[in-house]
Ligand binder design. Structure first.
Ligand SMILES: [Zn+2]
Ligand SMILES: [Zn+2]
Length: 321
């Protein structure tokens, strides 16, 4: 069965690059590439964008594009998530755990948080719930999820935030080490400040704590620290890989094969890496598959390939939630 359990509707910051990418997605579906770069073309592109911006990410018109592509790519189940940091209700949580100090990194991250924290959780929940029946009528199960950032020691505060709504599933993600958002291209210089072996040990320690928190149905992109190609010789990481596999099995927590880093980031590699994936599969870890798409034209990306890859490793049953 082909499923995509990690799909986003929107993500800031709202730069001209974001506008361009959103426009590309709209043109993909509206076939507006005739007379490209003519005045009438830019006028139509502008009007599509304008409509999209006015209606926002939680609009049937926008989600319908995901539905259209999901059908084309033959998906049977789709889970829509948003990042926890998108929601204004979570401000205290992120202010507590992120480095927002009066330093270069702190100021950068403070600006970023204000740029991306734009939504209300109730609007997201209500919207996805309202669309489930339409998707069911088209033969696809639509699920409501949340991608929650995990920080060491955050258990009670995070649990209280998640308990407010009835999620079909919750993804646990590590995007921060000691308050630094390591996947933010704006803060990439921080990698130079760390010893890579120590950094990876710290990272996998946090991932293990996330798994053992029992707050999550699956833990996402297990080795996303490699995003910008900063990684020690992978042979030195094998003990960490074994430790993560053990934690997933012992807590009966699933993970995903996530294509996001493969088609959107410098590393151009799936999460987990082939070596890591083999260790996890041999240990009996449960897997789902995900595109980590942030635009409707990317939903289902590499799901077929990754489902087949798992099958070759003896995993016939893709986990759903
Ligand atoms: Zn993520
Ligand atoms: Zn994601």
């Amino acid at each position: 069965m082909t499923v995509d359990y990690h799909v986003h509707l929107e993500e800031g910051p709202y730069s001209f690059r974001w506008l361009e990418r959103t426009s590309r997605a709209l043109r993909h579906f509206h076939g507006n590439d005739e007379g490209v770069h003519h005045r009438s073309w830019i006028q139509t592109s502008h009007s599509l964008l304008s409509d999209r911006l006015e209606k926002g990410p939680y609009s049937a018109e926008w989600l319908d594009l995901y539905l259209k592509k999901a059908k084309e790519r033959n998906l049977k189940e789709v889970g829509i998530v948003d990042h926890l940091y998108r929601f204004v209700e979570t401000r205290d949580y992120f202010e507590h755990h992120m480095d927002l100090s009066d330093t270069e990194l702190g100021r950068k991250q403070h600006r970023w948080l204000n740029q991306v924290m734009t939504e209300r959780m109730a609007d997201f929940v209500r919207f996805i719930e309202s669309q489930k029946e339409k998707w069911a009528n088209e033969g696809i199960v639509l699920k409501l999820g949340m991608e929650a950032d995990f920080f060491p020691g955050c258990h009670d505060q995070l649990k209280a935030l998640l308990d407010a709504y009835n999620w079909d599933y919750v993804i646990g993600s590590v995007h921060f080490i000691d308050g630094w958002g390591f996947d933010n291209p704006d803060a990439i210089d921080q990698f130079e400040r760390y010893d890579l072996d120590a950094l990876y040990a710290r990272f996998f320690g946090i991932v293990e704590e996330a798994i053992r928190s029992n707050l999550f149905d699956f833990v996402a992109h297990l080795d996303n620290l490699k995003v910008f190609n900063f990684r020690p010789d992978e042979r030195t990481l094998l003990p960490h890989y074994e430790k993560i596999a053990k934690a997933l099995v012992e807590t009966n927590t699933a993970t995903e094969v996530n294509a996001g880093l493969f088609y959107r980031y410098p590393i151009k590699e799936m999460c987990p890496s082939d070596t890591f994936l083999t260790i996890l599969a041999n240990a009996g870890v449960k897997f789902t598959t995900s595109s980590d798409s942030h635009f409707p034209d990317d939903i289902g990306m590499y799901i077929g390939e990754n489902t087949e890859k798992l099958r070759k490793l003896g995993i016939d049953q893709i986990t759903t939630f």
